[in-house]
Write a protein that binds this ligand. Structure first.
Ligand SMILES: Cc1cc2nc3c(=O)[nH]c(=O)nc-3n(C[C@H](O)[C@H](O)[C@H](O)COP(=O)(O)O)c2cc1C
Length: 194
């Protein structure tokens, strides 16, 4: 199934094809090498002062890291995500040095995750980000040092038919994707001007 974006003008086809499925193929397996390009893409994301605050922990279905991440997932995430081939913890180095906060750290992690996602999509994989994660549990489980924080998690894998999902999630899987109109997000002057 595809959910290609309806754009007002053609965009990069990989960006148009990207979306966040919940129906992942439980038989698809990935190993470290399959995600090297995606992590390289994340590594080469821009960051303020080139501080590079993004860090990742990756587990593959069946290994201990994967199971630890899986246990941290909240609500529906814990229902659909077990079919993902890999689970990734997205971590941010919040301080440039002890006591000095990097105000751009989360923004830069977002850019790195975006590049990860687009490279994975280019390589035939899908990524679904999950804020519904017990970040404190992961922080403890993976012994994060001071100045680092878990932000969220990512499910990565091959897409499957929506029928692998419980009914409620299957209905959400096939629902149209919606966005604000372009004119709502791009202005040519002050907000009180039309
Ligand atoms: C920071 C962030 C957190 C998210 N958390 C969750 C989540 O916990 N569970 C979930 O099912 N989807 C989650 N999503 C996915 C969004 O709901 C999804 O990206 C949005 O609805 C747009 O859909 P699309 O990615 O298919 O275009 C998250 C996305 C982002 C960027």
């Amino acid at each position: 199934m595809t959910h290609t974006a309806h754009t007002s003008t053609p965009i990069n086809p990989v960006l148009a094809a990207r979306w966040s499925p919940r129906a992942f193929d439980a038989n698809a397996t990935l190993s470290q090498g399959d995600l090297t390009a995606a992590f390289e893409a994340a590594r080469w994301a821009p960051s303020a002062n080139n501080w590079q605050p993004s860090r990742f922990i990756v587990g593959f279905r069946g290994d201990a890291t994967y199971n630890t991440i899986l246990e941290s997932l909240a609500g529906w995430n814990g229902v659909w995500a077990p079919n993902a081939s890999a689970l990734v913890v997205a971590i941010v180095q919040t301080e440039v040095e002890p006591g000095t906060v990097n105000p751009y750290a989360q923004f830069d992690l977002g850019q790195a995750v975006s590049q990860f996602t687009i490279q994975a999509q280019t390589d035939g994989l899908y990524v679904h980000q999950m804020a519904g994660t017990d970040t404190e549990a992961l922080q403890k489980a993976f012994n994060l040092p001071a100045g680092y924080a878990v932000f969220h998690t990512l499910a990565v894998g091959k897409i499957a038919d929506p029928s692998v999902l419980p009914e409620e999630l299957a209905a959400r899987e096939v629902a149209p994707r919606v966005r604000h109109e372009l004119k709502e997000i791009v202005r040519h002057g002050a907000f009180d001007e039309s």
